[in-house]
Design a binder for this molecule. Structure first.
Ligand SMILES: *Cc1c(COP(=O)(O)O)cnc(C)c1O
Ligand code: SF4
Length: 348
C-alpha cells in the first residue's frame, strides 16, 4: 500500500495543533483514518469541505443517533459478498479496502485496515449463483473500492462476470479517480476496455475535488469508452447549498461525468454531523431542475432503513389534481393548467 498516509503524516501540516492531533488519534482508534497525500494536499483550511470528508472529528464519537448497519445490507446476502436486493441486478462487494476512509461512509462498520478481498472460492460460488439466476442482467462491482484490488484480481472478477451470457452490463463503483487519481493508469484502462459494456460510477462531493489530476483520470476512463456517472452524498458543510452543488455538477459534466444519484445520508452512527434535512435536498434539486442543463440533474434518493431499497425524491410539481384537471408549477414557480386525456367512457 504505497501512496497513503495516516496520522503520522499530519505532523508535517502546520495547521494541525497538538490538540487536533490528540483528537484525531482518539477518534481513529474507533474509526480508522486513511487519506492519500494527494487528497490531503487539497485541504485549504481546517473545516473546509475536503477536511470534513477525510479528517476524523470529535463528533463521530459523541453521535449516538442511527445504527451501524441501518440498511440491513447484511440481510440480503444469498452468499458472502453478494447482495441481491433488486430483481435484475446484484451488488458484489469485492473488498473492504479503500484508498481513503470517508468520514461519512455508510459502511463505516466494515471499513478497516484488516483488508479482506474476494477469494477464488468465493468468486467461484458467485459465478455459480449468477449462472443459476438468469434474471440478473447487471452486476455492480463495489466495496470498499474495487480499484484498490491488484489489477489481475480485478480482471479475474470482471472476466468471470463477463463470461456469463445473460449479464448485459457491468458497473464499477469507485472513489479512486477522486481520491487517488494517479492510480488510473493506461494499463488499467486497457484492461477495462476489453469488457464492455462497462460503466463506472465515480464519487465526487465537492467542486474542490475536481482538479487537473482528477480530470485527467476521468478523461482517460472516458477515452477507454467507459460511461461515467457520479454518485454524491448530500453532506452538511460540504455541498449542502445550491451554489456549491451547481458548481460541482457543471464541473462534472465538463469532465464527461454524468451526475447520477445524490444520496440523502444514511442513518449511520458516527455520521450525524453530516446530515441535512430532506427539505434541503429538495430545495437544491428545485434550484437545479430547469435552471441547469437537464444532463446535470442527479436523481435525489434516500435509501430506506431495514433494506427497503432506494426511493427517488422529487420536488412537488403537481400543485392540484381534480377530475383529470391538473395544476402544475414550473421551475420558475409559475402555474399552468393541464387537462389529462380521458378515454371515451360511452362509445356510440
Ligand atoms: C444501489 C444498489 C444497487 C444498484 O441500484 P441502481 O438504482 O440500479 O443504481 C443494486 N443493489 C444494491 C443492494 C444497491 O444498494
Ligand atoms: S470510498 Fe466509498 S466505501 Fe470507501 S470509505 Fe469512502 S464512501 Fe466508504
Amino acid at each position: 500500500m504505497q501512496n497513503m498516509c495516516s496520522q503520522a503524516a499530519l505532523a508535517g501540516i502546520p495547521f494541525f495543533t497538538e490538540q487536533h492531533r490528540e483528537v484525531i488519534r482518539t477518534v481513529a482508534r474507533k474509526y480508522p483514518m486513511r487519506v492519500t497525500p494527494y487528497y490531503l494536499g487539497l485541504i485549504r483550511e481546517p473545516g473546509d469541505p475536503i477536511y470534513r470528508q477525510c479528517i476524523p472529528s470529535e463528533e463521530e464519537l459523541t453521535d449516538a443517533s442511527g445504527q451501524s448497519d441501518p440498511l440491513k445490507e447484511d440481510d440480503h446476502s444469498p452468499l458472502p459478498r453478494l447482495h441481491h436486493r433488486y430483481p435484475d441486478r446484484v451488488l458484489l462487494v469485492v473488498t473492504n479496502n479503500c484508498a481513503m476512509y470517508c468520514r461519512f461512509c455508510t459502511r463505516k462498520r466494515n471499513i478497516s485496515d484488516r483488508t479482506t478481498a474476494i477469494t477464488n472460492e468465493e468468486l467461484a460460488r458467485v459465478e455459480e449463483y449468477l449462472n443459476d439466476h438468469e434474471e440478473v442482467h447487471d452486476v455492480l462491482i463495489s466495496g470498499g473500492d474495487p480499484l484498490t484490488l491488484p489489477l489481475e484480481s480485478l480482471e479475474n472478477v470482471i472476466r468471470a462476470v463477463r463470461n456469463i451470457p445473460h449479464i448485459d452490463i457491468i458497473r464499477i463503483g469507485t472513489r479512486i479517480p477522486c481520491v487517488d487519481p494517479e492510480r488510473v493508469t493506461e494499463k488499467l484502462c486497457s484492461m477495462l476496455k476489453k469488457y464492455h459494456p462497462l460503466y463506472i460510477n465515480v464519487h465526487f462531493n465537492s467542486p474542490a475535488e475536481i482538479t487537473p489530476r482528477s480530470q485527467k483520470a476521468c478523461s482517460m476512463l472516458a477515452d477507454a469508452g467507459i460511461q461515467l456517472g457520479n454518485q454524491s452524498v448530500l453532506l452538511r458543510g460540504v455541498n449542502d447549498s445550491p451554489e456549491v452543488m451547481k458548481e460541482l455538477l457543471r464541473k462534472l459534466l465538463g469532465m464527461r461525468v454524468k451526475p447520477y444519484y445524490l444520496f440523502i445520508p444514511d442513518m449511520v452512527t458516527g455520521t450525524g454531523h453530516f446530515r441535512t434535512s430532506l427539505e434541503t435536498g429538495l430545495e437544491i434539486i428545485h434550484s437545479i431542475q430547469g435552471w441547469m442543463s437537464g444532463m446535470a440533474t442527479p436523481q435525489l434518493v434516500i435509501d430506506m432503513e431495514n433494506g427497503g431499497g432506494k426511493v427517488p425524491l422529487s420536488p412537488e410539481y403537481v400543485i392540484d389534481k381534480e377530475d383529470g384537471k391538473y395544476t402544475f408549477r414550473n421551475f420558475e414557480n409559475k402555474l399552468y393548467a393541464y387537462t389529462d386525456f380521458q378515454p371515451c367512457q360511452n362509445p356510440v
